[in-house]
Ligand binder design. Structure first.
Ligand code: NAI
Length: 247
């Protein structure tokens, strides 16, 4: 039986760690060539050593439009690229900052990566996205659930959710491009571990109906589904993968 993404070309941002890394691995396993984008060359080299030669590293900071342009120029010019069938705009950063203590610098930094980064990643990919291609954006359950201290982060993730609705109106009928969102709950990644710490991570896990925090591979499963033809009638949707936490 052929693999679900045999012959496809994918791009994953924030691919050197956590959810992006697990997803890049999964898309390669499903048959795709995957261009993996992240901030640092050494982390990308490590990712390639884990994923194999069907992962092609590109250093890019998604908060800079010039870097995003270069990323897609590289994909376009690569003999293994030339187009994008699956785009996972996933790079993101998180920081808790209760209202009363939010700095302008933090506001700009979080919005630059999480909202501006996603918007320009999709915009710059557009010339390479054809009929039947699939765009998946990483939001968060914070986009609809108020978590103490996360108003900035939650707002960026609500922007991401909103992008998918509007881009479905903009792109699905006219271009045949599906845009969907995965909204993870607590997933054990370097970002989550740095933000929660060991004790808080256990408290969060105890609140999840499924009884534990999630694994990056469990988000990769959702992305692989949204990337494949198995989700061919799903557009503008959000899949919440949170063990039931935010229901
Ligand atoms: P992570 O920190 O393990 O991985 C994120 C990757 O993105 C890192 O390799 C980092 O270098 C890269 N990155 C950060 N800024 C970048 C930039 N400007 N340009 C390019 N790459 C950049 O984090 P994790 O947990 O895998 O997060 C992935 C996505 O999932 C993020 O958008 C995050 O907001 C979202 N998310 C994570 C949850 C969790 O519990 N881990 C829950 C809900 C959403």
């Amino acid at each position: 039986m052929s693999k679900p993404l045999e012959g496809k070309v994918s791009v994953v941002t924030g691919a050197a760690s956590g959810i992006g890394l697990a997803t890049a691995k999964r898309l390669v396993k499903d048959g795709s060539i995957v261009f993996i984008a992240d901030l640092h060359e050494d982390a990308l080299a490590k990712a390639v050593s884990e994923i194999g030669s069907n992962a092609i590293p590109i250093v890019a900071d998604v908060s800079k439009v010039s870097d995003i342009k270069k990323l897609f120029e590289t994909v376009k010019d690569s003999p293994k690229g030339g187009r994008v069938d699956v785009l996972f705009a996933n790079a993101g950063i998180a920081a808790a900052a209760p209202i009363g203590s939010i700095s302008e610098e933090l506001y700009d930094r979080i919005f630059s990566v999480n909202a501006k980064g996603v918007l320009f990643t999709v915009q710059e990919a557009l010339p390479l996205l054809g009929k039947g291609s699939s765009v998946i954006l990483t939001s968060s359950i914070d986009n609809f659930k108020g978590l103490p201290g996360y108003s900035l982060y939650g707002a960026t993730k609500a922007a991401v959710r909103s992008f998918a609705r509007t881009w479905t109106a903009d792109l699905t009928k006219s271009r045949g491009i599906r845009v969907n969102v995965v909204s993870p709950g607590p997933i054990v990644t370097p970002m989550f571990e740095a933000g929660a710490g060991e004790v808080k991570a256990k408290i969060i896990a105890s609140q999840v109906p499924i009884g534990r925090n999630g694994r990056p591979e469990e988000i990769a499963n959702v992305v692989a589904f949204l990337a494949s033809d198995a989700s061919s009638f799903i557009a503008g949707a959000e899949i919440q993968a949170d063990g039931g936490l935010a229901q």
